[in-house]
Design a protein around this ligand. Sequence first.
Ligand code: SF4
Ligand code: SF4
Length: 419
Amino acid sequence: MIDASLYDRCVRCGLCLTSCPTYAETMTETSGPRGRIALMKAVAEGELSELAPGYGAQMSECLGCRACEAACPSGVPYGELIEAARASLHEAAAAEQPVPARPGGRELTLLLRAVERPAWLHSGARLLRFGQRSGMLGLASRLGMLRALGLDRAVRMAPPIDARFDIPDDSVVRARVSRGRAFLHLGCIAQCSSTGIHRAATKMLLLAGLDVLRPSDQRCCGALAAHAGERERAQILARANIAAFERSGADVVAIDAAGCGAQCKGYVHLLADDAQWSDRAKAFSERVRDITEILAGCELPIPTRRFEARVAYQEPCHLAHAQRITNAPKKLLQAIPGLELVALEEATLCCGGAGAYAIGESEMSARLRERKADAIRRSGASVVATANIGCMLQLRDAIAPLPIRHVVELLADAYDSEV
Ligand code: SF4
Ligand code: SF4
């Protein structure tokens, strides 16, 4: 339950408005944080029906990027408010007969169920890879079959699937001189599509003197479920990850996807009302670190390879706003010899990726993607760096042929040693 007094922390000053991507695109009060908080408050006070179409549309259009939270001088915990509002809306909608369709409908539901079940996820990814490589998906799309099945947006935004998956396997890779143990969280879809990032993260953790553990009982972080209002499912996944971490004996949870890191750091709020788990969730959240946070806090060896490139750093919302980490990734990039960091306009404005946002809100997602791609082109960068897999997927086609790489990949390439 959300504390109703939190809505009153908003003094309607409007200082958050310019940081809000949907307000920047629409210049409409209800499409900004102040308007959305007013709507949530009206629902909480019974002045507005939760099932009013305009309310659901605004709860869906919000990216959950939390830029407003970072900009707010009154400390309005917007992330908590929007997640509680969506959970309540999901429950209210589920109680309706027939259940009102949510944006993204079938595609989003399929994705949510798949990420909860590793076996489903891996089978689906293999099928997707076959379709991607054989050209059958392209053909099915041209024939309108994907649209008829209601799967066209999910398939279009799917990442290229890797030949070999990076499935957690209980292995432990030991550092030459060990200073601690890191639990590497491998995500869900990232196990099938971002294996190079995990390899780079492993290499860098070892160079930082941390043994790397990959416990097989880890699960999806639950961010997609939480953003879709499926709070109970997110809580189930959170409990599984907390238990896996406790069993592992690791000192720190290392995460190379900003969205997953923000979610795991938020378990303390997600399970705050659960008497059996609240203390364990707090202890877990305190141990979660973004990979850039860990590496920037270590004495790393001096990089051995040069990388001559002009690099624009796109700040992931869930790193910059939700975790308030902005300096660590830039510090790591600047340590790479030859790399020149160039300024990027609106670097902290959401790219429109925001988890599964593009499935339910494809039009706004595309507008924000193009806005970001234009800024990147104006920056004169030859390479784009970011620290979140979601941003990479969202931008890769829009900025092609410019490459987009994770900070940890660029950093790992700057060292000769191989894992
Ligand atoms: S900055 Fe904070 S207090 Fe001001 S309008 Fe935005 S949410 Fe409300
Ligand atoms: S979370 Fe992002 S999109 Fe939603 S109101 Fe805040 S700034 Fe706007």
